[in-house]
Design a protein around this ligand. Structure first.
Ligand code: F6P
Length: 612
């Protein structure tokens, strides 16, 4: 499991019950296989395939990079003692060669690389793969490793395939505890560099590879639960489901509202709001982030008979992109979930780094990303002194400001932020638009719901308030990148006219008020807020909706045609309504105690059917 949630808490907010472990139902009657039972079922299938082709039974166990291969291999050996176990990675090109190949993608920077377009075959020696396949003649054989499925075409379709999948958060937790990148000798390397190698290279290659397996794979095994970074004594053995159950579960998930599993992470500016109100582990100093809807990194918990199996939420994006995103959003972004909701908790914490994000042109040319990190801060809650830093002050001298930023990096001369950057008071339910290129950060004592474009590592820190990171060393600052992206005309007047208080009433209908909360015209996300007492009607109009209950204790999402079961949502929970859902209603429940509710809903501008 990515988060050892069960030992954390009972999860009560003062206004509802934030569920830290939301699940998605597996098809009716699907049983999760655990331990030896799963391997025996997979072996049986491989034997059945072999009987048809008259070859030796072969089980290809393809592992996402990050899966603990020694533990997995030991489990396979013990479950299938008669089978020969082969390591496919013996056919991989030497790691030094792979490192040469990917060096231009990794760059020397600690944080930023260049997006890779390699495929897994680029990391393998084709002749050695041929030889490996040719060597499997008599004995039942299990082939394990990232790329085991590369043998499938070489075995004339006679093998059965198990994908051992993993979510990126679990990989990161393992890396922080010393896990290496794929075949690399870098256990002690800076975590930022390990992440970079994953983000720009390994995960791109691995996603491309596993996506090619989705239509035909026979079983999926939960790699998060094999030697997890934070083991829990009550955790059962890793669960396995059939490929048919996996495909059907994703099809079903794309037809009804759902939540991904939130991930909570501490940080140097982190606060106490989530710990106190969501009820997270009180022994932790703080929590900074909650990634509540970042399908690229979050997971889905598939629940069936026998518990849960955790899979990356990205599997849903890859396998049902049109049902999930809608035709227009898919056509614009590809199989990529473009909207991100996360929390930034600075209550009794500190300021975020003063920062700026790259313009689209810059992120494309420099890092090979196709869209950029446009952002916004929705103030879920605030302390009395909460501020948002946004845009430069009128008439400042930009050369002097850049010089002061450079000087401040020596740690001796603090950057006089108040001299150059606006700070605007923040009130609960304010929504600040932050198009890329605008200098900004949230101040302390804020609980921000970030409603942003999905990219989230392209933060050019300009000033980190003279502090060090959780690892005791200064966090990376990128003044050069920053200087090339700051839009100097975004000063006090411009920010006031364009980024603050842009709320507009769209319609009033009985007790329902629908407002546009005003992301800037340079951003692609539209945000609508609905205030209501009894219920509000919605329609996805063919595009994915991401929502959060920002006021009120509990509501439910219902289908006017009973197309899906009522889905209960608590205060501060983010949920996704797939494009395929169409009409839905959000209404109070018999347990609701609040008099009034508000949701915020984000979707891609111009992608609704009525936007034609
Ligand atoms: O660099 P810091 O201070 O950790 O802030 C990072 C955060 O800032 C943001 O860019 C928000 O402005 C987030 O997307 C990101 O997680």
């Amino acid at each position: 499991m990515t988060t050892p949630i069960s030992d954390m808490h009972e999860g009560h907010t003062t206004r509802g019950r934030y569920d830290t472990q939301p699940t998605v139902a597996l098809p009716e009657g699907e049983r999760i296989l655990r331990g030896a039972e799963g391997w025996e079922a997979a072996a049986e299938l491989a034997e059945a395939c072999a009987r048809v082709t008259g070859t030796a039974p072969v089980l290809l166990v393809d592992t996402y990079p990050g899966v603990d291969l020694p533990t997995l291999t030991a489990q396979v050996r013990s479950a299938l003692p008669e089978w020969t176990v082969q390591d496919v990675e013996t056919a991989a090109r030497p790691v030094t060669e792979v490192e040469q190949l990917i060096a231009p993608n990794l760059t020397d920077d600690r944080v930023f690389g260049v997006m890779s377009h390699f495929t897994l075959a680029d990391f393998y020696d084709a002749a050695q793969l041929d030889a490996l396949a040719a060597g499997i003649t008599q004995t039942p054989t299990v082939v394990i490793g990232w790329g085991a499925a590369l043998l499938a075409p070489r075995l004339d379709g006679s093998a059965a395939t198990v994908l051992v999948d993993m979510a990126r958060w679990e990989i990161q937790l393992r890396q922080r505890k010393g896990a290496t990148n794929w075949r690399a000798d870098n256990a002690a390397e800076d975590n930022l560099r390990k992440y970079k190698r994953g983000f720009f290279v390994e995960w791109r290659v691995a996603d491309r590879h596993k996506r090619s397996l989705f239509d035909t794979l026979d079983f999926v095994l939960d790699g998060n639960a094999i030697a997890p970074a934070e083991p829990h004594p009550d955790s059962p053995e890793a669960g396995m489901i059939t490929g048919t159950a996996f495909r059907q579960a994703l099809k079903d998930a794309a037809s009804r509202p759902f939540r991904v599993v939130p991930f909570f992470d501490p940080g140097v500016w982190g606060g106490q709001w989530m710990k106190n109100l969501i009820g997270l582990d009180p022994s932790k100093d703080n929590y900074a982030w909650c990634f509540d809807c970042v399908p690229e990194e979050n997971s889905l918990l598939l629940e069936g008979e026998g518990g849960v199996v955790e899979i990356p939420a990205l599997d849903l994006v890859f396998s049902r992109p049109v049902d999930l995103l809608g035709a227009k959003t898919f056509s614009r972004f590809g199989a990529e979930f473009p909207i991100r909701f996360d929390f930034l908790d600075t209550m009794d914490g500190g300021n975020l780094s003063l920062q700026v994000h790259p313009l689209t042109d810059y992120i494309q040319n420099t890092f090979g990303m196709h869209y950029t990190q446009d952002e916004s801060y929705y103030m879920l809650d605030v302390g009395d002194d909460a501020v948002v830093y946004l845009g430069t002050k009128e008439g400042i001298d930009r050369a002097e400001m850049l010089q002061d930023l450079a000087t401040a990096q020596d740690g001796e001369h603090p950057f006089p932020a108040e001299k150059y950057v606006n700070s605007f008071p923040a009130r609960k339910h304010d929504h600040f638009a932050i198009p890329a290129g605008t200098i900004h950060c949230s101040g302390a004592n804020s609980m921000v719901l970030e409603i942003s474009a999905t990219p989230f590592i392209f933060t050019f820190k300009l000033w980190d308030w003279g502090r060090v990171g959780l690892d005791g060393v200064p966090r990376p600052v990128h003044l050069d990148h920053g200087a090339r992206n700051i839009q100097w005309d975004r000063d006090t007047t411009w920010v006031g006219d364009n980024l603050l208080d842009q709320v507009e009433t769209i319609r009033t209908d009985g007790d329902v008020i629908e407002e546009s909360t005003g992301l800037h015209e340079l951003e692609f996300i539209e945000v609508r807020r609905h205030w209501f007492e009894q219920g509000a009607d919605h329609d996805t109009e063919g595009t994915v909706n991401v929502l959060n209950l920002v006021e009120g204790d509990e509501v439910r999402v219902v289908s006017p045609t009973d197309a899906f079961a009522p889905f209960v949502i608590h205060y501060a929970e983010t949920f996704i309504v797939p494009a395929a859902v169409g009409a839905y209603r959000i209404e109070r429940t018999e347990n609701s105690r609040s008099a009034r509710f508000a949701t915020v809903k984000a979707y891609v501008r111009g992608s609704r059917t009525s936007d034609n």
